[in-house]
Design a protein around this ligand. Structure first.
Ligand SMILES: Cc1cc2nc3c(=O)[nH]c(=O)nc-3n(C[C@H](O)[C@H](O)[C@H](O)COP(=O)(O)O)c2cc1C
Length: 189
């Protein structure tokens, strides 16, 4: 079974993370969920879900304060880690190896073990510090996948925009899906 670590941090766009958990379950992919305290607040601020409902979407849940978790070790085997959405604070922490919660420690381990690490930042505008941190992370092997959906597939709903980013995330993980219609060239009507 494919096993992913899914980190939810306290940036806007928490629905991206919730949708990824939902789709992973539909695809039979196991998920280890880590939510920061602010991510739990964002669920209530931005959606009609409760944190408890989101926890139930994951295969396993790990407290972000629990540094004794198996996920705090580089020996924990998984096919990739996604932080979606990823706040600039969490980006900064991972970029400098400041692993003071389980989410940042698991990301640190993914980098040192050369496992896939996909970061889905959401911030605008972005300053030089954000850019520098993201460049450091890209240089260290992370995939920076900004939460900026495309429009070429003609989304008609917010769900269509969310699914585009979740689909691109699955693409980076090399997982097959039908989340969005792929570009097949321009065919005038
Ligand atoms: C309503 C709201 C929206 C926010 N949106 C963002 C955002 O889009 N990007 C970001 O980097 N931080 C955002 N923040 C700030 C983060 O929540 C804050 O930096 C927090 O410390 C992140 O902690 P975490 O990364 O441990 O979850 C937002 C905060 C609030 C209250």
């Amino acid at each position: 079974m494919t096993r992913l670590i899914v980190g939810l941090s306290g940036a806007s766009g928490i629905i991206y993370g919730i949708r990824l958990l939902e789709v992973a379950r539909e695809l039979g992919i196991g998920t280890d969920l880590i939510m920061t305290g602010t991510a739990e607040e964002m669920i209530v601020i931005e959606t009609s879900y409760q944190p408890e409902e989101v926890r139930k979407m994951a295969t396993r849940v790990h407290e972000s304060s629990d540094m004794t978790s198996p996920l705090a070790s580089g020996g924990y085997r998984h096919e990739g880690m996604v932080v979606i959405p990823c706040s600039m604070k969490t980006i900064a922490g991972i970029a400098c190896g400041f692993a003071d919660n389980l989410l940042m420690r698991a990301a640190d381990c993914a980098l040192k073990e050369k496992r896939l690490l996909i970061l889905v930042p959401r911030e605008t505008p972005i300053n030089q510090i954000h850019l520098r941190n993201m460049l450091s992370l890209a240089n260290a092997g992370a995939v920076i996948l900004p939460a900026s959906p495309g429009f070429y597939h003609r989304p008609e709903t917010i769900d269509g925009l969310v699914d585009h980013i979740v689909g691109k995330t699955l693409d980076s993980l090399r997982i097959d899906h039908q989340m969005y219609r792929r570009w097949e060239g321009y065919r005038p009507a």
